[in-house]
Design a protein around this ligand. Structure first.
Ligand SMILES: *Cc1c(COP(=O)(O)O)cnc(C)c1O
Length: 399
């Protein structure tokens, strides 16, 4: 078997897995890998969580898909659940993070449209952001390497430097509709937006009649030890995109909004064939029940703290390999001195799976259920890799 029949869009590691359990992945040969990347923040409850496999198979025997032409009580129930747990009053279900952000962008523009300000279409975003791979979300992310060769960049996005409040203020004009930000940049290298900045963005939006959009596709659903990362700041958005962890591995995205912010999204204004599919609803409903439990979130904060502390000790011991640790809860970035791709590969050689990010960072995004012993094991494996990497560094210095 080879990957020749696939689009060659991914630089894949030469590894494949047959089954998983919790934070463990097994190859067909039976090799066990410690999965500290959780499908890039998707497998919120680990692999093959019994409550999720049960919810999925029970639903699979009843009904998979009906059209959004009909009422779907399971959608209504999950939307009510999410509204009850967040700032939001309304939810649109889709299938991915990029689609959730597309809906967020459309919702913001449409709000101004129905308010008699159709010229307000522009959205302010930040350097280093990642909002997805559709043409609009690529333009929102503004990363040249992803835009190249795909034609004219979708109009309507103004990008400012990360954390530059004055640049945001200066970018606001008569056509500005919204400000879009990840509370912690994930792909950008686990870069948290300081609480003061989020507060400042909220104030700017209120002052200028703009909508505040949070992209919590990566940071949401318990990842940072709060149900949503913005809860750390006390700042609430008007619109928010969610995906990744909410389906626990089943594809699902959602756009959440206040009743006011969603008021332009009238019948016929938006849609999705698969969005809110019954299988997705069954799994996500279970994920939300488990993750939103305050005791569960407290445990995530404890595990995150432990992981960060242990990694910080590793940074102290191997300063030629690692430069620092950052992030919140179980969204942890290990800033590297040596190329992060080399670190991820050295980890893989120790059967430890992590994933790279921008700014020369390697991310730890394990299942939120990871145990203390598994964290110890992960850091022990990371240390073995660090020993190897620092030896290579010494040889390089001697040569
Ligand atoms: C992953 C991600 C997306 C895109 O999600 P897809 O499901 O790949 O479309 C958007 N925003 C953020 C912050 C992400 O981490």
């Amino acid at each position: 078997m080879s990957a020749d029949a696939l689009f060659q869009t991914f630089a894949r590691a030469g590894l494949a897995f047959e089954r998983g359990e919790g934070v463990w992945l097994y190859t067909a040969e039976g090799d066990a890998y410690l999965d500290m990347m959780g499908g890039v923040a998707v497998n919120a409850l680990g692999h093959a969580h019994p409550a999720l496999t049960e919810a999925l198979s029970a639903q699979a025997h009843k009904l998979w898909h009906v059209s959004n032409v009909f009422r779907i009580p399971e959608q209504e129930a999950l939307a009510e659940k999410l509204a009850g747990l967040t700032f939001a009053d309304r939810v649109f279900f889709c299938n991915s993070g990029a689609e959730a952000m597309e809906c967020a962008i459309k919702t913001a523009r449409r709000w101004h449209f129905v308010n008699g300000r159709p010229e307000r279409t522009r959205i302010i975003t930040f350097e280093g952001a990642f909002h997805g791979r559709t043409l609009a979300t690529l333009a929102a992310g503004g990363q040249q390497k992803y835009l190249e060769g795909f034609g004219e960049k979708a109009p309507g996005f103004d990008q400012v430097p990360f954390g530059d409040h004055e640049a945001v203020r200066a970018a606001i004009g008569p056509e500005t509709a919204a400000i879009l930000v990840e509370p912690i940049q994930g792909e950008g290298g686990v870069r948290p937006v300081p609480v003061q900045c989020l507060k400042g963005l909220r104030e700017l939006c209120d002052e200028h009649g703009l909508l505040l959009i949070f992209d919590e596709v990566q940071t949401g659903v318990g990842r940072t030890g709060k149900f949503f990362a913005h809860e750390w700041s006390g700042v609430t958005p008007d619109i928010m995109g969610v995906a990744k962890g909410i389906g626990g591995g089943f594809p699902l995205g959602a756009c959440l909004a206040t009743e006011d912010a969603a008021k332009g999204m009238t019948p016929g204004s938006h849609g999705s064939t698969f969005g809110g599919n019954l299988l997705a609803m069954a799994v996500a409903s279970k994920v939300v029940d488990i993750v939103a439990d305050p005791a569960f979130l407290e445990a995530v904060r404890g595990r995150g703290l432990k992981l960060k502390q242990k990694l910080a000790a590793l940074v102290d011991t191997y300063p030629t390999v690692f430069a620092g640790v950052r992030g919140e809860g179980l969204l942890v970035g290990l800033k590297c001195v040596v190329p992060s791709a080399d670190v991820a590969a050295a980890f893989r050689a120790q059967k430890l799976l992590c994933v790279g990010a921008g700014d020369n960072v390697v991310r730890f995004l394990p299942a939120l259920t990871v145990s203390d012993a598994e964290i110890d094991e992960a850091v022990a494996r990371a240390e073995k890799a660090a020993v190897e990497l620092s030896r290579v560094g010494e040889k390089g210095a001697a040569a």
